[in-house]
Design a protein around this ligand. Structure first.
Ligand SMILES: Nc1ncnc2c1ncn2[C@@H]1O[C@H](COP(=O)(O)OP(=O)(O)OP(=O)(O)O)[C@@H](O)[C@H]1O
Ligand SMILES: [Mg+2]
Length: 229
């Protein structure tokens, strides 16, 4: 009989809680992710999706429990140094410098990463090749989002943390987002997405965060129940 040990998850949240502004936002979260895995975070406004991603990115620490990368606690400074290089973060703040061209806005990040030659193909894949040498201020909202997605591809880090990545994208843009996520996972990349909108991802795990406060009855609820008649 062979007793093979189960592989250590690439990323493990072990009973993690998080406090923000003296209020408990996340409570006893357990998640285990292996290479190629995808996790979709859903939940009402204020339920803690962005907090979850920020904590994984190291912007805040768990108030209880541990986040383990390859079995090591990411809050230990030696581990965090390596762990943070695995992460790519895409949020509503797009970090686009409007004085730079569209291409420079990706190349700059690529350069910091010590990489070269991936920015233009990434922009082309996102359908923005013809805008490469335009100043970034000409970009529409959806095009700005596409630049962010092009950065993800150009930098090619293993763990993607995506906060509402489909906001402002048209149908084709959402299709491209789904495509690059699928390709990334095929290569063993991990994707964690907070979203209110449907994004197709094969075999994704879903985590619905509970609302932080009980929902108060709205005017619509009262009308439905005939309480205002
Ligand atoms: N900078 C902050 N300091 C303190 N509390 C914060 C801060 N940002 C958010 N919060 C609080 O943390 C809770 C969770 O917020 P979070 O942004 O994680 O929610 P969310 O699920 O991402 O919501 P949304 O769907 O609106 O994006 C909210 O109650 C919010 O008020
Ligand atoms: Mg959010």
């Amino acid at each position: 009989m062979s007793l093979r040990k189960a592989p250590v998850p690439r990323l493990l949240l072990d009973n993690v809680s998080c406090i923000r502004n003296s209020q408990q936002v996340l409570r006893h979260v357990n998640v285990s992710m292996h290479d190629g895995g995808a996790l979709v975070l859903t939940g009402t406004n204020g339920s803690g999706k962005t907090t979850f991603l920020r904590m994984l990115a190291g912007f805040s620490k768990p108030s209880a429990g541990q986040i383990l990368w390859n079995g090591h606690d990411v809050t230990k400074s030696g581990v965090f140094h390596q762990y943070k290089l695995q992460l790519n973060w895409c949020s509503l703040k797009d970090a686009i410098n409007e004085r730079f061209t569209v291409l420079e806005n990706i190349k700059w990040f690529e350069l910091l990463e010590g990489k070269e030659g991936r920015s233009l193909p990434a922009l082309q894949l996102m359908g923005l090749g013809r805008l490469a040498n335009e100043k970034s201020r000409v970009l529409s909202m959806g095009q700005r989002k596409r630049v962010q997605l092009a950065r993800l591809i150009a930098l090619d880090r293993p763990i993607w943390l995506l906060d509402e990545p489909s906001v402002a994208l048209d149908d084709e843009g959402v299709g491209l987002l789904e495509y690059i996520i699928a390709k990334h996972r095929e290569k063993g990349g991990i994707v964690i997405v907070a979203t209110h909108l449907p994004i197709q991802m094969e075999d994704a795990m879903f985590l619905r965060l509970p609302p932080r406060f009980p929902r108060r009855p709205t005017l619509g609820d009262m009308l439905d129940r005939g309480e205002l008649m």
